[in-house]
Design a protein around this ligand. Structure first.
Ligand code: ZN
Length: 223
């Protein structure tokens, strides 16, 4: 492809999710995309077929989905625009942390690469988004973080990263924000209760209970 064609907003959304799963070495399969996109599996199948036709992805014999070079470039561009938009909303426009992901979802598709570059110039320290997830090419900036579930009881940590998988759950992000559980905050890791499937942390003197599935999406840094 000599001239880069901009994918549609829907295709961009798919590309962004595929990029994120591939970044984390997760197999990219239709069921996972249906979950993330909150659409039915037949809808995913139809969209993926169009994306294969248009050269954004390929489908392997085992049904895993892979980005082509053009798909990877378009996906990285979308993820970068999404994260820069989040940073702009959070740092310049003071949009509440719990809202920036949703708001960025609305704006990211219309941000030109030129404007994205200006945002990056305006803001400093743009290696991670307000949730602590790395911008494309900045993956090494999160490589030394510790999964919360591997933290030691009684130790104090700094919350560093809330994975993309849960960013889109607005109610959950509200809960996080209400309990002060946003990247940068200090927390004490208390315990994992496997029987109860919960994890307890202390933020600002208050116990915050998290389900195991949610806790799996958090990373911390030792203080
Ligand atoms: Zn984010």
């Amino acid at each position: 492809m000599s001239q880069e064609i901009r994918p549609s907003p829907t295709v961009e959304d798919y590309l962004g999710i595929i990029y994120t799963l591939a970044r984390d070495n997760e197999p990219v399969i239709g069921r996972k995309l249906a979950e993330w996109m909150e659409v039915s599996p037949p809808t995913v199948t139809a969209t993926i077929q169009r994306m294969v036709r248009d050269g954004w992805v390929t489908m392997a014999p085992d049904k895993t989905i892979h980005l082509t070079d053009a798909g990877r470039r378009a996906a990285a561009s979308l993820v970068r625009r999404h994260m820069l938009t989040e940073l702009l909303l959070a740092r310049v426009l003071n949009v509440p942390w719990s809202r920036v992901h949703e708001e960025a979802d609305l704006l990211e598709h219309n941000l030109s690469p030129e404007t994205a570059a200006r945002v990056a110039e305006l803001l400093e320290h743009t290696n991670v988004c307000p949730h602590g997830n790395p911008l494309p090419g900045q993956e090494s900036s999160v490589s030394d973080l510790i999964p919360l579930l591997e933290a030691s009881p009684g130790q104090t940590y700094r919350l560093a990263r809330v994975h993309e998988e849960i960013e889109r759950h607005g109610d959950l992000m509200d809960y996080f924000e209400q309990h002060g559980l946003v990247p940068g905050v200090q927390l004490e890791f208390v315990q994992v209760l496997p029987a109860n499937e919960t994890v307890t942390v202390v933020v600002d003197g208050r116990d915050v209970a998290l389900g195991l599935a949610v806790a799996r999406c958090l990373w911390v840094q030792k203080i």
